[in-house]
Structures are given as structure tokens and as C-alpha cells.
Design a protein around this ligand. Structure first.
Ligand SMILES: Cc1ncc(COP(=O)(O)O)c(C=O)c1O
Length: 419
């Protein structure tokens, strides 16, 4: 029987003449083009079963442990090669390249559906989570006095989209706490608090799948299962997408906006809006893509098409590893990190330890130390982290396929030094 070699896994979807990308650790820059070509690394030579090989796909500085990689996608070498192919074609004959725009858009939708479930017609293409949220909340028709039920934990992009929805329609926006202490959040309590707050006037529920302020994962499925059928459930899904192993149609929401430039590690400046059924939304931005379905909600204007079209390759990269394996890898490291951090004096882990109410984000409070200072101290120790952009700011770490369990131990040691 022929056994395919795993080392030479050809990234699906990469056009024939894939660009060679140099720069793996150990490469020596050379001014001799022939010597450079002979030492260049073929981005297609990688092993989706081997976590070191997967990590080597990232251009990230290997000297640093990258626990903020999820904030804005560090491209993989395969992704940059795919982008370069599209860019070359656009550069050589732009008009001709634009002729394939509809086919390339459809290919992204098909890859999205293959990765995250449902039908390609349920995926509109956007530039970011924020753009998806604006299209979602900006496209809803509400009457004065009708109510949007939301929470106090959401990111600015949801908050401000709802402010604009209220201005435009006169709808009322009501916010509730889903938990008092994030570390103690549970599926049952969050579900109960949300459902108890629904009134006969509630027409829309606006939630965030994973809170970037605390790392708490909201039980969208459990809430959706109990919500009245006439209520539209809208979700900012960015820190759950590609970090939680579930098909979007099974999540139970009606609309979900997410960037594909965070946990998916897709091209920067890309995202999707998933819709169970597009009927409730009026388009906000004129489209160039067509009058029906997801095309209607895909903003027109010319984009950085080399990025948008290469989103297909990012979906395929993740799929060749396996969505379930990626999520297990992320959650295992997150649990290792939470366990290690929990033992450090003077430090509080804000994110629940239970994987049922958390995902890849881990927020930490170091007594007497502002989060931004902790970020600086850790960087000096070779560990890259971020500070949450909220009024109460926490130190935030996100293990992913760009980090390793050994680096998790390094991060725990570095945090214990500064705490
Ligand atoms: C919960 C949440 N939603 C939305 C965003 C914004 O995402 P994007 O840059 O894709 O608009 C962020 C952070 O960047 C976030 O934490």
C-alpha cells in the first residue's frame, strides 16, 4: 500500500507555482541569489501532525514565547505564499485577476463552510469582526421601545454598534451582568441570568462568545436552546471561532461575526459574518458581489483581495491539522497555564479553570502591578503577552498552535518571577 509521506504535505489550495519563502530559524541570509534559492524553505514542506513543524510555519520570532499571537494573526509561511500568488496575479494583469473575483469569493465561502459547518451561502465576507458586527446590528430593523438585551462584558465594537442601533431605531438597550466574579462563572448561572432578564419586549439578544475582558466563555448553545423563537440571537464570536470545536449552525445563534485574523491565523484584515438566514438584515454597505444571500451582505468596494482570497488557504491549513486537534492543543496548554499560575502567591487567575466556560484566553491580576507593566516585564523575560483593553485591565495570555507546552512552563516561571 502506498503510504503518503507526511513531511511533504502539499498545502491544499496553493496554486502551482508556490512562492518560496525563506526565513526559517537557522537560515543564513545570502547576497547570492542561487545560494539563497538553495537554502530557501518551501512553505509547503510541513507536517500537520507535528506541532514543531506547525509552529515553524509562523514567521514569529522563535526567541520569544508568543502568548499574544491571537490578538492579530501572525501569518503562516503557507498563507504568505498564497497571498503572494494572488498579489502577483493582481500585479501582472489586474483586470484579468479581477475576473476571477466571484470564483475566489465563492472558494472562500466553501472553505469556510467546510471548516465551520453549514452552507457556503451562510457566509458573508468582511474585513474584521467589527465590520461584521456593524453590518449585523446596523442591518436589523427594530421599532422604538423594542429591546436589545446585552451584557456589561462586551467589547467596544458591540457596545458602540448597539449605541448606533439605538440612535437609528429608538430601540432600548439593556445590559446585565452574566457573572459577578468571572472565576466563579458557570454555565447554569450565566444561562439563568440571561433568560431571567428576557422580557416580552426583547427582540434581540447580543452576546460575546468568549469575553476578551475576562476569558469567560458564554454558554451560547444552552442560552439559544431556551430562548424564545422570535428573538434574534447575535454573537461576537471572535475568541471562540477556531478556539472552540463546534460547527456554527450547532451553536444556535442567528448571526455570528468574527475576524479570521485571530485564532484562525488567517490574513490580517479579513473576517466573516455567518447568518442562519439573511432575511432579517438589510444591507448597510453597497455590495459588488450580488443581490442575494451572503453576497448581499458582503461589503463592496475593492478590498486587499490578495488577503481576502487567501482566507481559503487559512481555513484549509487549520483543517489539515484538524479543528478538534487545534482546539485540544489550545485547551491543554490553557489548563496547564491556569494550573501553574494558580499556585503563584500574589496573583489571581480571573478566567475560570473549567474548560466548559473558558477557551484560549487567560486573564490574570497581579497584586499591585498594572497589567501594562507586567506585559513589559514579561517581554524582557522573553514572554510576549498583552493587557486587556478595558477599564479594568488584566494581564492576558493566549496559548495556541503558535506556542508549546514547554513555553507554557517558561511563561509560568516568568510570571512567578515578577509577581
Ligand atoms: C471580543 C472582541 N470583539 C471584537 C474585537 C475586534 O476584532 P476585529 O479587529 O476583528 O474587529 C476584539 C479585539 O480585537 C475583541 O476582543
Amino acid at each position: 500500500m502506498h503510504t503518503p509521506t507526511r513531511r511533504l504535505f502539499l498545502g491544499a489550495g496553493l496554486a502551482g507555482g508556490a512562492t518560496l519563502v525563506a526565513g526559517c530559524s537557522g537560515d543564513t541570509p545570502s547576497s547570492d541569489p542561487e545560494a539563497a534559492a538553495s537554502t530557501a524553505v518551501d512553505p509547503r514542506e510541513w507536517d500537520p501532525q507535528d506541532w514543531d513543524s506547525i509552529r515553524a510555519q509562523f514567521l514569529l520570532d522563535p526567541e520569544l514565547a508568543q502568548f499574544a499571537a491571537f490578538v492579530l494573526s501572525p501569518h503562516t509561511r503557507l498563507l504568505d505564499a498564497a497571498i503572494a500568488d494572488h498579489r502577483d496575479r493582481l500585479g501582472r494583469d489586474t483586470e484579468d485577476a479581477l475576473l476571477v473575483r466571484p470564483a475566489n469569493e465563492e472558494a472562500v465561502r466553501e472553505a469556510a463552510a467546510a471548516f465551520a459547518g453549514g452552507d457556503p451561502s451562510q457566509y458573508a465576507l468582511t474585513d474584521s469582526t467589527t465590520m461584521g458586527l456593524a453590518i449585523m446590528f446596523g442591518g436589523l430593523s427594530l421599532r422604538e421601545g423594542e429591546e436589545v438585551l446585552t451584557t456589561t462584558h462586551d467589547f467596544f465594537s458591540t457596545r458602540d454598534s448597539l449605541r448606533l442601533l439605538k440612535l437609528r431605531t429608538g430601540a432600548k438597550v439593556r445590559r446585565i451582568d452574566l457573572y459577578d466574579d468571572p472565576a466563579e462563572a458557570t454555565v447554569d448561572d450565566m444561562t439563568k441570568r440571561l433568560l431571567d432578564a428576557v422580557t416580552p419586549k426583547t427582540r434581540v439578544v447580543a452576546l460575546t462568545w468568549v469575553h476578551s475582558s475576562t476569558g469567560v466563555r458564554v454558554p451560547i448553545q444552552e442560552i439559544a436552546a431556551e430562548l424564545r423563537d422570535d428573538i434574534i440571537l447575535c454573537v461576537d464570536g471572535v475568541h471562540g471561532f477556531a478556539a472552540v470545536d463546534v460547527d456554527l449552525p450547532d451553536l444556535g445563534c442567528d448571526f455570528l461575526a468574527t475576524g479570521t485574523h485571530k485564532w484562525l491565523f488567517g490574513p490580517r484584515g479579513t473576517g466573516i459574518l455567518w447568518g442562519r438566514d439573511w432575511e432579517p438584515l438589510t444591507e448597510l454597505i453597497p455590495t459588488f458581489s450580488g443581490p442575494e444571500g451572503p453576497a448581499r451582505l458582503t461589503p463592496g468596494g475593492y478590498h486587499a483581495f490578495e488577503h481576502q482570497w487567501a482566507t481559503k488557504d487559512a481555513f484549509e491549513f487549520q483543517q489539515s491539522i484538524g479543528r478538534d486537534r487545534v482546539v485540544v492543543r489550545t485547551v491543554e496548554q490553557a489548563s496547564q497555564l491556569k494550573d501553574g499560575l494558580a499556585g503563584i502567591d500574589g496573583l489571581r487567575v480571573i478566567t475560570p479553570s473549567d474548560p466548559a466556560v473558558s477557551a484560549g484566553i487567560i486573564c490574570v491580576d497581579i497584586q499591585g502591578m498594572p497589567a501594562v507593566d507586567a506585559v513589559e516585564e514579561l517581554r524582557a523575560r522573553g514572554v510576549v503577552t498583552s493587557a486587556t483593553p478595558y477599564q479594568t485591565s488584566y494581564l492576558r495570555l493566549g496559548p495556541s498552535i503558535a506556542t508549546s507546552p514547554e513555553q507554557v512552563d517558561e511563561a509560568i516561571a516568568a510570571v512567578s518571577e515578577i509577581a
